[in-house]
Design a protein around this ligand. Structure first.
Ligand code: NAI
Ligand code: MG
Length: 324
C-alpha cells in the first residue's frame, strides 16, 4: 500500500496543505495517509521541532507532502527542513517555473553548498562552510541533464555559478560541464548574478538551470515574479530512496490564519508527488484544473482576487471531478 506523510508544519502550511491533501486522497483512495506534526508549533510545545520518531516515520513513507515551517527565534535552532533533506539525502530540488509564456525548471543542489550546516557562530566572528564535492556536483548535474533530455526543448543546459569569486564553484561548474559534455548536451555557463536578471528579462531563453544550494533558493523565489508570485511555485526534493514535495514559499506569518493564502503551489506540489509515483495523467489533470480555476479568476488576493484558500482548493477539486 502506498504510504504518504502529510506534514502541514505551521503558518499557512496548515491552510494550503489540507487543500492539496484532498486532491491526493481523491486520486489515491487506497493509500495510507500519515499525519506528522513537526515545526515551530512542536518546537514551542516540546523544545524540539522534529523528533527522532518523526524522522523515522518520514523514512518509512513512499513520499512526503510538506507545508512550511517557521524558523523559531533561537540562534541555536537548526532548520528542520535542512535536517530532513540531509537525513533523507534529498539531493535534487526540482523547481518548475511555469505560466502561459514561461516554462523552465531550476535544479538546485540540495544537500551541500552554503547550507552544509557546518557553522561556527561567535559574537565577533561567524563562519559558515560552503561545501562543494565532485560527487555531489556530479549527481545533481546528471539529474539536470536527464531532465534536459526528457524535456527535449533544444535549449542548452545552463549552469549558474560564481566561479570568478568563489573558487569552490570551479569544481561545481567544471563537473557540470564534464557531465553534460559526456552526454553530448550543449551547456551554457553563466554567473549567477547576471543569470538572475537575464532569466527575468528573457525567460524564453531558458529550459533547465542547474545551480548550487543557496543560489537555487534565491533564484527560484525571484522567478516567482514570472508566475504571479510565490503562491504559484511547487517543488520536489528527490533522493535515491525518498522524496518530499513542498511549495517553494514559507509559512507566511504575515497572512497566516486568514484563509487567504494561495494553495496552488501546494496543489502543484501534490501533482509532482503523483507524477513521482508514476501517475503522470493524474498530475496533468490537476494542472488542467488549476488552469481552469485561474481563467475563471477564482483566485486569492495575491493574484488580485477575493477567493479564499478553501474556495480555490474546492474549485480545483470540483474541476478534477467533472473530468473524471
Ligand atoms: P514566505 O515565503 O513565507 O513569504 C514571503 C512573502 O510571500 C510574504 O509576504 C507572504 O505573505 C507571501 N506568500 C508566500 N506564500 C504565499 C501564498 N501561498 N499565498 C500568498 N502569499 C504568499 O517567506 P518569509 O516571509 O521570508 O518567511 C516566513 C517564515 O517561513 C520564516 O520563518 C522562514 O524561515 C520560513 N520559511 C520556511 C520555508 C519552508 O518551510 N520551506 C521556506 C521559506 C521560508
Ligand atoms: Mg526559499
Amino acid at each position: 500500500m502506498t504510504k504518504i506523510a502529510i506534514v502541514e508544519g505551521d503558518g499557512i502550511g496548515r491552510e494550503v496543505i489540507p487543500e492539496a491533501e484532498k486532491i491526493l486522497r481523491f486520486f489515491l483512495p487506497n493509500a495510507e495517509f500519515v499525519k506528522v506534526e513537526l515545526g515551530f508549533d512542536q518546537w514551542k510545545k516540546t523544545g524540539s521541532a522534529c523528533s527522532k520518531e518523526n524522522m523515522t516515520t518520514l523514512k518509512e513513507m513512499d513520499a512526503v507532502l510538506f507545508g512550511a515551517v517557521t524558523t523559531p527565534p533561537d540562534p541555536e535552532y537548526k532548520s528542520v527542513l535542512l535536517e530532513i533533506r540531509h537525513e533523507l539525502d534529498l539531493y535534487a530540488n526540482i523547481r518548475p517555473v511555469k505560466s502561459e509564456s514561461v516554462d523552465l525548471v531550476i535544479v538546485r543542489e540540495n544537500t551541500e553548498g552554503l547550507y552544509s550546516g557546518i557553522e561556527e557562530i561567535g559574537e565577533d566572528k561567524s563562519t559558515t562552510l560552503r561545501v562543494i564535492t565532485k560527487a555531489g556536483s556530479r549527481r545533481i548535474a546528471e539529474k539536470a541533464c536527464s531532465l534536459n533530455i526528457q524535456r527535449n526543448q533544444n535549449t542548452p543546459l545552463v549552469i549558474g555559478h560564481k566561479a570568478n569569486v568563489l573558487k569552490s564553484d570551479i569544481l561545481f561548474r567544471d563537473t557540470c560541464i564534464t557531465v553534460a559534455e559526456s552526454q553530448n548536451l550543449p551547456v551554457r555557463s553563466m554567473f549567477i548574478d547576471a543569470l538572475c536578471l537575464d532569466v527575468l528579462l528573457h525567460p524564453d531563453r531558458y529550459d533547465v538551470i542547474v545551480t548550487t544550494n543557496m543560489f537555487g533558493d534565491i533564484l527560484s523565489d525571484a522567478c516567482g515574479y514570472l508566475t504571479g508570485g510565490l503562491g504559484m511555485l511547487p517543488s520536489a526534493n528527490i533522493g535515491e530512496n525518498h522524496a518530499l514535495f513542498e511549495p517553494v514559499h514559507g509559512s507566511a506569518p504575515d497572512i497566516a490564519g486568514r484563509n487567504i493564502a494561495n494553495p496552488i503551489a501546494a496543489v502543484r506540489s501534490a501533482a509532482m508527488l503523483l507524477e513521482y509515483l508514476g501517475m503522470k495523467t493524474e498530475a496533468e489533470k490537476i494542472e488542467k484544473a488549476v488552469q481552469q480555476t485561474l481563467s475563471l479568476r477564482i483566485v486569492t488576493p495575491d493574484l488580485g482576487g477575493n477567493a479564499s484558500t478553501r474556495d480555490v482548493g474546492e474549485n480545483i477539486l470540483a474541476k478534477i471531478s467533472e473530468h473524471q
